[in-house]
Design a protein around this ligand. Sequence first.
Ligand code: DX5
Ligand code: ZN
Length: 221
Amino acid sequence: HKNAVIAPSILSANFARLGEEVDAVLAAGADWVHFDVMDNHYVPNLTIGPLVCEALRKHGVTAPIDVHLMVEPVDRIVPDFAKAGASMISFHPEASRHVHRTVQLIKHEGCKAGLVLNPATPVEVLDYVLDELDYVLLMSVNPGFGGQAFIDSTLQKLKAVRERIDRSGRDIRLEVDGGVKIDNIGAIAAAGADAFVAGSAIFGAKDYADVISRMRAEIDA
Ligand code: DX5
Ligand code: ZN
């Protein structure tokens, strides 16, 4: 597979000094900044919007910002995030009336487009849209909170999605989000993931570089 991508979720960062936290994880070897957007409607939690994304860009962050939308409706906020500097935008099919249209909108706004599958969302949701996607984000927890336990059935689902991506012959990343730790990231990689979101496992540690390098070692093992 392609080079593994580590995407720390800033949901577990210290928001009182977010710019420094993002600088620190990037200096520690992270590839993308995973940006969790929650609206207290689609998910039972409320986080950050385009203003904070724009603030990170103004702070000098040049790494890809991986915006994970857990909001309903989706379309209205997409252009705002594109203008705020999002590089990639993913959304949940349950939150959009017209999934194909939302994918086109994200790409029209100049961002890479991803579809997010909840733990109970069947992989068949990809059947008629996979060819339009730049990445698939597989949830290994129910969306809404950091620090939850990895749901083991995700490993089987990862294999199923990996087969579909390989069959498509297209360059589509397979990202996993939720409960990713040093001790399970090897199995997650073996099941077919090539991009790894980790919030509490990275920001909960003292030494970000140490966690990220251990994660890479497990992925490569
Ligand atoms: C959950 C978010 C995740 C979460 C991951 O709704 O989408 O990105 O922050 O946090 P950990 O790695 O702590 O499970
Ligand atoms: Zn996320």
